[in-house]
Design a protein around this ligand. Structure first.
Ligand code: FES
Length: 106
């Protein structure tokens, strides 16, 4: 397991996220939700679409394709047409820099 540097915490505003690609080519979205950072896989479980471009509402990311919603802290699906949860990835802040794990939480 390795930690990937994302950006300065101050550079990711509340309600925004950044795309990170791991060495294994897994795309992650690292999001600032009310000052707390969370990361999920950038892969909607409905039709395999990218979640990038979706907005954050109430701590959930809304898929820009058909509107499924996922909790950013747990990966839990909260609205159809998706029915499967998505992976979440550990995030930490070291000296003001956001880092994300390249392996999902189990
Ligand atoms: S691909 Fe995300 S809701 Fe359809």
């Amino acid at each position: 397991m390795a930690w990937i540097k994302v950006d300065a915490a101050a550079a990711i505003a509340e309600g925004e996220y950044q795309l990170v690609i791991t060495e294994d080519d897994i795309e992650l979205l690292v999001a600032n939700v009310d000052g707390e950072f969370h990361a999920v896989e950038n892969l909607c479980s409905h039709d395999g679409g990218s979640l990038e471009g979706g907005c954050i509402e109430d701590g959930e990311i809304v898929c820009p394709r058909h509107g499924a919603r996922f909790c950013l802290s747990t990966g839990e699906v909260t609205a159809p047409p998706a029915y499967e949860d998505i992976d979440v990835y550990p995030v930490r802040i070291i000296e003001g820099v956001v880092e994300v794990s390249d392996e999902p939480e189990v």
